[in-house]
Design a protein around this ligand. Structure first.
Ligand SMILES: [Zn+2]
Length: 292
C-alpha cells in the first residue's frame, strides 16, 4: 500500500505541475505584454479620447501647429493638432506604432491642412485614396538619428495617411496630386490635403487625425520600405524637434521665431481662432496600419 501510494503520488504531482506550467506560462507572458501597454498606452488613450471628444479646451499646451518648425528642427510639423500617439507607442497590446498620430483640433474632416514636412518628390500610387509619400533625396544624410540604421543611398521618405472621408468615397488629397502621381516636386510647407477619418474599413473610421511616418528607402531611387513595421521607420521626434513634456505628451520644445512666412501665417491664424471639436465625436481608433 505504502509503495503503491508512494509510486502514484509523484506522477500525480508531476501532472499538476505540468498543468500549472501549461496554464501559467501563457498567463505570465500575456501579463508581461499587458503591463507595458497599461503603463504607457492607457494615459495616451485617455488623452486622445478627451481631445477628440472635447477639442483643445484646456489643453492648448498639447497643441502643435502644422506648417511650422520647432526651433532647430530640419522638418516642419506636418499638421495641426495633438500628437496623441508617438513612435513605437504600444497602441494595442503587442502592436507598436510606426509614426505620429496628430489629432485635429477642428472637429470635422476636410478642414485641417496637411503640409509637406520637407522638400522632396511626391508619389501617390494609382490605388491610394488617402495617402501620399514623399522622397527626400536632399535630406542631410549625416543627420544624427539616421545613424540608427543607415538608409539605403541616404534616402528617407515621409508618409501621410487618412486623408479621406469615413466611407473612403471622398479623397481629401489636394487636386495637384491625383492618383498615379510619381516624383512630383513639392516644397516644405506645401499643402498636401486635409485630415480625414478613412481607416480602410468603412465600418471602422478612425478618429480624425493624420498618421505621419518617416520611412526608410530600400534603394537610392524609387523604393520605400513597408511603413507599418516600426523597424522600417524612424522616430519622427528629432526630425520635427518634438520632445515629451513632464506628462509624456509630445510637444514642440520651442517654436521657430517669427519671420517664417509659411509657418507663422498658419500658427497665428490657428491661435486667433481657437476652436473646439464637434461634440459627440466617436472615440478614436489608432491607425497603426494606416491604409493608403
Ligand atoms: Zn498612426
Amino acid at each position: 500500500m505504502a509503495s503503491d501510494h508512494g509510486s502514484r503520488a509523484p506522477r500525480y504531482r508531476r501532472a499538476i505541475i505540468g498543468l500549472a506550467v501549461l496554464i501559467g506560462v501563457p498567463a505570465v507572458v500575456l501579463a508581461l505584454r499587458l503591463v507595458p501597454w497599461a503603463r504607457t498606452g492607457a494615459p495616451q488613450h485617455a488623452r486622445v479620447i478627451d481631445w477628440v471628444r472635447n477639442g483643445p479646451g484646456g489643453h492648448g499646451a498639447w497643441r502643435v501647429y502644422g506648417g511650422n518648425r520647432c526651433t532647430g528642427a530640419p522638418m516642419r510639423i506636418p499638421s495641426d493638432g495633438f500628437i496623441g500617439y508617438g513612435w513605437n507607442d504600444e497602441i494595442h497590446p503587442g502592436r507598436h506604432h510606426s509614426g505620429f498620430d496628430i489629432f485635429s483640433p477642428d472637429g470635422q474632416e476636410n478642414v485641417t491642412p496637411v503640409f509637406a514636412a520637407f522638400d522632396g518628390l511626391l508619389t501617390r500610387e494609382a490605388d491610394w485614396r488617402s495617402a501620399v509619400i514623399i522622397r527626400h533625396p536632399a535630406f542631410p544624410a549625416d543627420f544624427a538619428p539616421l545613424a540608427r540604421r543607415p538608409p539605403a543611398g541616404g534616402v528617407i521618405w515621409t508618409y501621410y495617411a487618412h486623408m479621406a472621408s469615413a466611407d473612403g468615397a471622398t479623397s481629401f488629397i489636394a487636386p495637384a496630386f491625383p492618383p498615379g502621381t510619381y516624383d512630383r516636386p513639392v516644397r516644405a510647407g506645401e499643402m498636401l490635403g486635409h485630415q480625414g477619418t478613412w481607416s480602410g474599413d468603412p465600418a471602422k473610421p478612425v478618429g480624425l487625425h493624420l498618421h505621419f511616418s518617416i520611412v526608410e528607402g530600400v534603394d537610392a531611387g524609387g523604393g520605400y520600405a513597408n511603413e507599418t513595421a516600426p523597424a522600417n521607420t524612424y522616430d519622427p521626434a528629432p526630425f520635427l524637434g518634438v520632445v515629451r513634456d513632464g506628462d509624456g505628451v509630445l510637444v514642440c520644445g520651442a517654436w521657430e521665431p517669427d519671420g517664417d512666412a509659411v509657418g507663422d501665417a498658419v500658427r497665428h491664424a490657428a491661435s486667433a481662432t481657437s476652436t473646439a471639436a464637434a461634440p459627440g465625436a466617436s472615440a478614436p481608433t489608432a491607425g497603426s496600419q494606416p491604409p493608403p
